[in-house]
Design a protein around this ligand. Structure first.
Ligand code: PLP
Length: 381
């Protein structure tokens, strides 16, 4: 059974002796609905604690970070436009597609979007951010939307500096914090960056797929995207996915027992072992501060698709750029933004370690990787 669903099942079986007790619709006024409300409140509290944000009521649940991000960006745009203000979005070239596609959509509606460059190691250009922010004029809403950590390279963006700049120029700040949870040591303390909105996803920490949350600071002007019932204080209409939220909560609780330092040690060991045994390898973003579990490898002369297929046959699930509809691999926009040519950007592989991966797993992976890279190089020589 999927881990998230299992978490939800465990949660519900631990909260009621009779499973029919959990039948109600959380928004109903009758007892069966009312008695589930604590599930939401407990999950909001856990989110606020985990992310270090005050005001748990600022969270509402969504179908995932894609929806949270769409709501943050489009909600801010619609609110600005309906107040007769101009709207400008500042974001980076390595954001998740949910941000970049929303930016393209907003541009088609007349919003101005500025996409900041990154360096060849994936670092954000703070000079470019400051330059963009300094253009801010009266009567303009500026939203800066940046990821805390990149999903392909693991590179962390400098949130303290970003926060200082957005504060200085009075811009709104949305953080895509999806890759941060469970992958950095210590408390997240996002509150110290005074964000206006924060997006997170459940399935990235072992919760159910199809659940996420958006945190919105009180008073931040955003328009709801889903209209209908009065759920989530009218911020998002629609029947609430209680089991998924319970699983999200259970996954958050499990994070406190996660040894992130061990994860980082294992990831670093994996990288040094790959460098030692497989010639012609580079690791994208390795010189920057990164989250603990991600490695982005590129092997000279090795097509990513062939390598992914070989590793798949050997039982390892790793990712490439992004899969297009035909199942083949499109060049990664992240790696192209870091200056890699198209061919190379389609050939890198992303390895994400989970807390259950053992040293034996990693050794078996390096054995398979070494064999596959050698096989592909011999064939294409
Ligand atoms: N943002 C980042 C950085 C991600 O890694 C992902 C998912 O991979 C998303 C947003 C979208 O999240 P979801 O799958 O919950 O829609």
């Amino acid at each position: 059974m999927e881990q998230g669903a299992l978490n939800a099942l465990l949660f519900f079986s631990s909260t009621a002796e009779d499973p029919r007790q959990n039948y109600g619709n959380i928004s109903s006024v009758h007892w069966a609905g009312r008695k589930l409300r604590h599930v939401l409140e407990d999950a909001r509290d856990a989110l606020a604690r985990t992310l270090g944000l005050e005001d748990p009521e600022g969270f509402f649940f969504t179908s995932g970070a894609t929806e949270s991000i769409n709501t943050a960006l489009k909600g801010a745009y619609f609110s600005a436009v309906s107040a007769g203000r101009k709207f400008r979005l500042i974001t980076s070239s390595v954001e998740h597609e949910a941000v970049l596609e929303s930016a393209r959509f907003l541009e088609s509606l007349g919003a101005r979007c500025q996409i900041l460059p990154v360096s060849s190691s994936g670092a954000l250009s703070l000079e470019a951010l400051e330059r963009a922010l300094s253009e801010t004029s009266a009567g303009e809403t500026v939203l800066v939307s940046l990821m805390a950590a990149n999903n392909e390279t693991g590179v962390l963006f400098p949130l303290a500096e970003v926060a200082a700049l957005t504060r200085k120029f009075g811009a709104l700040l949305h953080l895509d914090a999806v890759q941060l949870l469970g992958k950095t040591e210590g408390a997240l303390g996002l509150g110290e960056f005074s964000p206006h909105m924060v997006s997170v996803s459940s399935h990235k920490i072992g919760g159910s797929k199809g659940v996420g949350a958006l945190w919105v600071r009180r008073g931040t002007p955003i328009t709801s995207l889903l209209h209908g019932g009065a759920q989530e204080r009218k911020r998002r209409a629609g029947t609430i996915y209680v089991a998924g939220i319970a699983a999200f909560h259970a996954a958050m609780e499990a994070l406190s027992g996660r040894d992130v330092a061990r994860l980082r040690t294992e990831r670093d060991w994996l990288e040094s072992e790959v460098r030692r045994r497989v010639p012609g390898v580079s690791i994208q973003g390795a010189s920057e501060p990164r989250i603990a579990n991600t490695s982005n490898f590129l092997f000279d002369g090795v097509r990513g698709e062939a390598l992914l297929m070989g590793l798949d046959m050997a039982g390892f699930a790793v990712s490439g750029g992004s899969a297009c509809n035909s199942g083949s691999i499109l060049p990664s926009h992240v790696l192209m933004a870091m200056g890699l040519p198209k061919d190379a950007a389609a050939s890198a592989i992303r390895v994400s370690l989970g807390p259950s991966n053992s040293r034996e797993d990693l050794l078996a992976f390096v054995d398979a990787l070494e064999a596959q890279v050698a096989r592909i190089r011999t064939r294409t020589r």
